[in-house]
Design a protein around this ligand. Structure first.
Ligand SMILES: Nc1ncnc2c1ncn2[C@@H]1O[C@H](COP(=O)(O)OP(=O)(O)O)[C@@H](O)[C@H]1O
Ligand SMILES: [Mg+2]
Length: 386
């Protein structure tokens, strides 16, 4: 606590995002505590001060809040009611509950549409609404016979996203149980990009150059930054529009800390896909690839300290996720990977390797995009094994 040794920053959730944030806080002398569920892996290996408790347990959250000066999140599955009570009691919860509510895809979409932000055509249907199937069929009928259905809560890495033909809607909805669904057209994506924004309680904003994200089976596989005028992945007018939308989303959501805005490029324009009110996979390449990493910036922003510069440190920066699957621990393959790709920056999260689970990432910086991509892929493949 504030005892003459600076603030104590508390992370709710103990995964790799808390881990990498804690690693960024250390050189600044910021003390970090983590509230981690017994099953959480990642942060506990590098943070000595771990409190074991569930982020969705009100009592655990309240007692953790009493031990820190500023509360922030590793993931958004915290108990919202308790978060709101803590905020009302004057605890520095960053982001606040008004921002956290936007992690619900239905709420988010409705708010953004009302704020005049560009979003895909959509509707929201309840799982037990008897007219849901007819609504989805009608919607799909207007959009080429197919629709994308998304669980408004609880999905990630493509889990909770389904592409259906109109005729499949009744069967799907007959067995679907859970949060309301956002229904949208299957869009002809030209590319997917992301804007990372950091915002202080005072309103100061910093935005990194737009990155391109490459998804495989609905999960982020690769992130690219750099190139072109002013080192952007997009033509200058589209880059400017994406940055404007990103900053506007930060204002509309009242974000504090880092916020990630996933955008689709469709018909030469950007539309908002979804946001995450926290540090994000699309920003991992900022650790070596930007003058201030998203993790350092998040710590500075939630402590209401001045933000750092966000320019890239190389003409091109490529990040590739290391996805689990093979037997054994990717740490056992690290020496081999570094022998073949010594320029790769390897980050392993200390998580048990399982298929389709992100267990680490690698970043490569350089002058040539294709070369960086090939080298990052080689390093990630060697670490993942097969
Ligand atoms: N309406 C859509 N049209 C085409 N592809 C989509 C659409 N919605 C999602 N996708 C694809 O699925 C991925 C995951 O969807 P998203 O809504 O971002 O869910 P998640 O929460 O799992 O990241 C997107 O990054 C994109 O590749
Ligand atoms: Mg997404």
């Amino acid at each position: 606590m504030t005892d003459g040794h600076g603030p104590v920053l508390g992370f709710v959730g103990g995964g790799q995002l808390a881990r990498m944030s804690a690693l960024a806080a250390a050189p600044m002398g910021v003390r970090v505590k983590v509230l981690a569920a017994p099953s959480d892996e990642g942060a506990a290996e590098v943070v000595p001060d771990v409190v074991v408790g569930r982020p969705d347990d009100p009592a655990a959250l309240r007692s953790f809040a009493a031990q820190v000066d500023v509360l922030t999140i590793d993931h958004e599955n915290v108990d919202h009611a308790t978060w709101a009570e803590l905020e009302a009691d004057g605890v520095a919860v960053r982001p606040g509950v008004g921002t956290l509510r936007h992690s619900d895809k239905a709420f988010q979409r409705q708010e953004f549409a009302a704020a005049g932000l560009p979003v895909p055509d959509f509707l929201v249907v309840g799982a037990d609404d008897p007219t849901a199937a007819a609504q989805v069929e009608e919607f799909a009928g207007r959009h080429g016979g197919r629709a994308v259905l998304k669980a408004s809560r609880g999905g990630y890495d493509g889990r909770g996203v389904w592409v259906l033909d109109a005729a499949e809607a009744p069967g799907f909805l007959a067995t679907y149980e859970g949060a309301p669904l956002v229904v949208e057209p299957l869009l002809p994506l030209e590319r997917e990009v992301a804007v990372l924004v950091a915002r202080r309680p005072s309103g100061e904003i910093a935005v990194w150059p737009v990155v391109e994200t490459v998804q495989v089976d609905g999960m982020c596989d690769e992130v690219l930054a750099g190139g072109g005028e002013g080192a952007t992945v997009l033509p200058p007018d589209l880059e400017a529009e994406a940055l404007r939308v990103g900053a506007r989303v930060a204002e509309v959501t009242g974000a504090v800390g880092v916020l990630a805005v996933e955008l689709f490029v469709v018909d030469g324009a950007v539309v908002v896909n979804e946001i995450a009110p926290r540090v994000h996979n699309s920003g991992h390449l900022t650790i070596e690839g930007a003058r201030t990493s998203q993790f350092e910036q998040h710590v500075r922003a939630v402590l209401d300290w001045p933000l750092g510069p966000t320019g890239l440190t190389a003409p091109y920066v490529v990040m590739r996720n290391v996805v689990g699957g093979a037997s054994g621990d990717p740490r056992d393959r690290q020496a081999l990977a570094l022998a073949q790709v010594p320029e790769a920056h390897v980050h392993l999260y200390g998580k048990t390797s399982r298929p389709a689970r992100k267990v680490g990432h690698v970043t490569v910086l350089g002058e040539d995009l294709d070369h960086c991509r090939a080298r990052a892929q080689l390093a990630a493949d060697l670490l993942a094994g097969d």
